[in-house]
Write a protein that binds this ligand. Sequence first.
Ligand SMILES: Nc1ncnc2c1ncn2[C@@H]1O[C@H](COP(=O)(O)OP(=O)(O)OP(=O)(O)O)[C@@H](O)[C@H]1O
Ligand SMILES: [Mg+2]
Length: 419
Amino acid sequence: MSAQGQVIVGLDIGTTKVCAVVGEVDADGITILGVGTVACKGLKRGIVSNIELTVRSIRDAVEAAQQMAGVKIDTVYAGIAGSHIRAHMSDGVAAVADREVTRADVERVLEGARAIPIDVDRQILHALPREFVVDSQDGILDPIGMSGVRLGVHVNLVTAATTCVQNVVRCAERAGLKVADVVLQPLASAHAVLSEDEKEIGAAVIDIGGGTTDVLLYANGGIAHTSSIPVGGNNVTSDIATGLHTPMGEADRIKRIYGCALGRLVEESEEIEVPGVGTHAPRRVARHVLTDIIEPRVEEIFAVVRRRIEETGLLEQLSSGAVLTGGSVVLEGMTEFAEEILGMPVRIGYPIGVRGMVALVNGPQYATAIGLVKYGAEQLSQARERTQVTSHPSSSRTRVEPEQPKAPSGLWNWFRQAW
Ligand SMILES: Nc1ncnc2c1ncn2[C@@H]1O[C@H](COP(=O)(O)OP(=O)(O)OP(=O)(O)O)[C@@H](O)[C@H]1O
Ligand SMILES: [Mg+2]
C-alpha cells in the first residue's frame, strides 16, 4: 500500500443498511482499507424518509469504516436509487472545431444532449452516451481523433427527483461529510461486478436489496436502460412473518438460515423451528412451508424484471446474461430461479478488481459501495488529467477535493466505462 494513495469513500445508503467503504487508489489499483456497515431504518423503498435515523446510521457506518481504515473520512461518493429514477433518450449535435474530434468537442456535444426540458422538480444524474455519429457515420463508440465536421451523440439521460437527491446530500452533510457526487446505485453495482467484456457484449445487472430491485442493462456497448421496482427482500420477509405468524426480526433470521427460493430444491422431510409471537410456544414446521411462501414472491420479482427487459426490446442483446447483486440474492436457489424466468445465464455478482480487505466486502450486498469507490477512482483519474487534484496537508493521505456534482468532466469517465 502506497503512502501516496488517494482515499476514496463509497457510501451506500440502502433501505436496510448504510455501508461505507474506504478505498485507497494508487498506480496499482484500489486497495480496500476499511468497511463500516450499520442497520438503517431511515429509508423506505430506497428513498430517505427519516433524516434523523439515516444521519445516525451514516455517522455510525462512517465511524466504523474510519476506525478500521485509520484515516479521517470527510468526502464521500453517495449512492441513490428508488422509483423516482427515470431514463430518457436524448440527442446532441455540435460542429467539430478543427475537423478532428477532440475531447472538448465530445464534452460540448454531451452538454447539448443534456439541454432538454425536464420537469422543474427533477435533475439530471448522469448522461450516458450510447453512440456517436461523425458526419453520416453512426455506431461510433469513441469518436476522438476521427475526421469530420459534425459530431452527434445519442445519450441515455438518467434523471432523479431533486428532493430525493437533496435528502441524500443533506443526510451526509448532517453527518459531517461532503458529497463529491451522487451516483445511481445500480450503475455503481454494475461497475463493481461486470467485466469490460460483459459490458461490451451486453448484460443485465439486477440488484435485489431490501426495499427495491434495480435493473441496469448494457447493450450495444453502452448503458441502454435503468429502472427501479419497489419490491425487494423485505417483502419476502414480511410474507414469511405473516405466513408463519412470527415477528419480522425472526422472519428475517429464518429466511437467512433456512430460506430457499425454489421449493423443488428442498427435501420433503426437512423441518425448521419457528418461534411463536408473544407467549406462543415455538413450533416445528416443514421447510417446504417456508419455500411455498418465498417462491411466489421471488417469482413475482423476476417476472417483473423480465417484463421490464422485454419492454425495452433488448432481451436478445444481453448475450452475457444477468448478474445478480444485493443482499437478497444470497438466498439459496436464486440463480437457478432467475435463469428459469429470465431465460438467460445468471451468476451472482461479487465485487472484482479490488485488493486489501476484500474478504470483508466479498459479497453481492457490497457491490454498490465498492462500485461507488471505483466510480470515485475514475473521477480521480479524470481530475488528475485536468490537474484538479489538490492535497490536504492535514490528512495522513492525500485526499480528493469534491468535484461539482454533474460537472461535464465527470461524464467522460462514465462514457469511457460504458464503451
Ligand atoms: N443470507 C441471506 N439470505 C437471504 N436474504 C438475505 C441474506 N442476507 C441478507 N438478505 C436480505 O437482503 C436484503 C438486504 O439487502 P441489501 O443489503 O442489498 O439491501 P439495501 O441495500 O439495504 O436495500 P436497497 O438496495 O433495496 O435500498 C434484506 O431483505 C435481507 O433480508
Ligand atoms: Mg442496496
